[in-house]
Design a protein around this ligand. Sequence first.
Ligand SMILES: *[C@@H]1O[C@H](CO)[C@@H](O)[C@H](O)[C@H]1NC(C)=O
Ligand SMILES: *[C@@H]1O[C@H](CO)[C@@H](O)[C@H](O)[C@H]1NC(C)=O
Ligand SMILES: *[C@@H]1O[C@H](CO)[C@@H](O)[C@H](O)[C@H]1NC(C)=O
Length: 401
Amino acid sequence: MGLKTLCLGIFCVIFLSYIYTPIPDNIEETWKVMTLDAVAKASTFMATCLENVGIMSFDEFISMIIRMDYTQPISDENITVTDTAFAGIPVRLYLPKKKSETSRRAVIYIHGGGFCFGSFKQRPFDFLNRWTANILDAVVVGVDYRLAPHHHFPAQFEDGMAAIQFFLQDKILTKYGVDPARIAIAGDSSGGTLTAALTQQIHSDPSVKHKFRAQVLVYPGLQAIDTYLPAHQENEHAVVLTRDVAIKLLSLYFTKDAALPQAMRRNHHMPEESRFLFQFVNWSALLPEKYQKGYVYREPVLGISPYPLSALMDSRAFPLLANDSQLQNLPLTYIITCQYDLLRDDGLMYVSRLQNVGVQVAHDHVEDGIHGALSYMTAPFYLQLGLQIRDMYISWLEKNL
Ligand SMILES: *[C@@H]1O[C@H](CO)[C@@H](O)[C@H](O)[C@H]1NC(C)=O
Ligand SMILES: *[C@@H]1O[C@H](CO)[C@@H](O)[C@H](O)[C@H]1NC(C)=O
Ligand SMILES: *[C@@H]1O[C@H](CO)[C@@H](O)[C@H](O)[C@H]1NC(C)=O
C-alpha cells in the first residue's frame, strides 16, 4: 500500500505542475485537452524517473497504464466479437450478425502506440472497430503484433504481413463472407506507419492475388531520417506526443542502445550513403507553402555520428523512403493530418508524393487537431475531436470502399 500511495501522491504533484502548460488558442475543449496533456506528460515524467532509478523501464510503466484499458471480446445484438489468431498472430474479429444477400466489405485495422504499446483490446480501438462493423455492415479485423523493445523491427511488419496474407486467402474471405474487391486497411500513428508499409508490400507483390481497395492513414509517422521538419520544430512540446518521447519510442523500435536517440535528437543519425533518400523527405519541395511558415530548409549534415543500422534506410520502417516506382502501384488513399502534431508533415509529404506519381489521394487536415485524438473517444478522456475524426474516417470508407 505504501509504495502505491506514494506513487499516486507523486503523480498528483507532477500532474498539477503540468496542468497550466499553455495550449494553442484554437484548440476546443481546452480544459479536457490540458488535462489529458498533463496526464500524458506526468506519466512520461514518472516513467523516466522510475527508469532512471532502476525500478522499471520507461516502456514497462507506460504499458502498465495502457493495459488497464484493455477490454474482453464482448458480442452485442448486432456484432459477434471474437479473439482468435491468423497464422499465429492475435486478431479480434467483428462479424455482423445480420444475414447478408451479398458478400461484405472488410476493414483491417492496425492500432497505434509508438510500436511499443497497445492492442486492439484497448477500449478506444475496440469501440472504433465495433462502430466500423456496425455502420458499414463490414467485417472488421483488429490486428496485434509483437511490440518493441522486446521485439525490434521488422517483427511488427512481419506479424502484420502474416495476418494479412492469411486473411486475404480465398477460403478465408469466403468463410467470413468478404468481397475480395472491397477490402481496406487502416491504422493510426505507428499503426499508420505499418499500414503504409504493408500496403506498399502487398501492392508490389505479384504473388498476392487480392489487393486492397483503399488504405487509410490517420496521423501516420512515415519517416525519421530528418528530425527537423517544421512540424518537429513547431510541435516540439506538443500535446500528448513531444519530440523527445517520439524519438525515444521510435529508437526502441530498432534498438535499446541510447546512442540512437541521442543522435536522432541532434539530427545526426544518418550516414553519408543515405544521401539519395533525402529527396523523398525534402520538405522544401514536398510540403505545401502554408506549412513551411518561416522555416528555412537545411540539408541534414550526414555522417557526423551515424547510427550503424540499415533499418533506418528501409522503406518497411519508413514508407516515405519508397521510390516513385514503388509508390505508383498504391491503391486509393485517404490521409488525415492534424495541425498540432509532431507527425503532421509526414502525412502532408506523403500526400504530395502520392499525388506526384498519380495515385488517387483524399486528404483532410484537422486545423485544431492533436496527435492521438482517436484514442480519446471513451471515458474518462473523451474528446469531441476524437469522435470528429472517427466520423471522417467512417464516412470516407462508407463512400469509397
Ligand atoms: C444495433 O443496430 C441498431 C440498428 O442499426 C442500432 O440502433 C443499435 O444501436 C445497435 N446496437 C449496438 C449495441 O450497437
Ligand atoms: C530540396 O529541394 C530544394 C528545392 O526546393 C533543392 O534546392 C534541394 O537541392 C533539395 N535537396 C534534396 C536533398 O533533395
Ligand atoms: C525503386 O526501389 C525498388 C525496390 O527497392 C528497386 O527495385 C527499383 O530499382 C527502384 N527504382 C528506381 C527507379 O530507383
